[in-house]
Design a protein around this ligand. Structure first.
Ligand SMILES: [Zn+2]
Ligand SMILES: [Zn+2]
Length: 156
C-alpha cells in the first residue's frame, strides 16, 4: 500500500523507504525525530544506518510524503503528510506534541497576511508550554505544601 503511495510521489518503493514509512505509521506518536525513526526501523529488524535514515527522510519530505518541523532548536521531527493543515501544541518539559485544527485561526491568519500583501508559506503555528500532565506535576507539590488537596487526576 505504501509502495503505491511512493510510486505516486515519483519515488521507487525501496525497502528502506518503506521501513521508514512503516515506522511512522506504526508509532503512537505522530511526530518522530530521525533518531526515533532509526530506532524503530532497527527494532523492526532492518540494518539501516542513521545517515541513510536522514537521506530517506529528506527524499520523502521533498516528495511530499512527510512534513518536517523544528519544535526545539536543532531537533527536527517528521510526520506523515496527510494533506491536512494543522497546528501544534508543544510541551517544553516532556516533548509531547498535540495537533489541533482551528478554522477561525486559519482564516484570521490568512486575513492578516492578505492585509500585508504577505505570501504565507504555510508554516504551522506552534504553541509552546506545558502539557496537562506536566502542568499538573508542577502544580502538585506547591498545592500540597499549601495544604490544599491536589487537583483531581484527569486521564489523558
Ligand atoms: Zn509534558
Ligand atoms: Zn503535526
Amino acid at each position: 500500500m505504501h509502495g503505491r503511495r511512493l510510486n505516486e510521489l515519483g519515488l521507487k518503493a525501496t525497502r528502506p523507504r518503506l521501513r521508514v514509512l512503516e515506522a511512522l505509521l506504526s508509532s503512537r506518536k505522530r511526530h518522530l525525530s530521525a533518531e526515533d525513526i532509526h530506532r524503530r526501523v532497527v527494532d523492526a529488524g532492518s540494518r539501516v544506518g542513521l545517515a541513510s535514515i536522514y537521506r530517506i527522510l529528506a527524499q520523502l519530505e521533498a516528495a511530499g510524503a512527510l512534513r518536517k518541523h523544528v519544535f526545539e532548536a536543532g531537533v527536527s521531527v517528521f510526520e506523515l503528510d496527510g494533506g491536512d493543515c494543522h497546528d501544534h501544541l508543544v510541551c517544553v518539559s516532556c516533548g509531547r506534541v498535540d495537533d489541533f485544527q482551528d478554522r477561525a485561526i486559519r482564516l484570521r491568519r490568512q486575513k492578516i497576511a492578505d492585509e500585508h500583501g504577505f505570501d504565507v508559506s504555510d508554516e504551522p503555528l506552534m504553541l509552546r508550554g506545558l502539557c496537562a500532565g506536566c502542568a499538573r506535576k508542577r502544580r502538585t507539590p506547591a498545592a500540597q505544601r499549601a495544604g490544599t488537596p491536589a487537583a483531581p487526576r484527569r486521564s489523558a
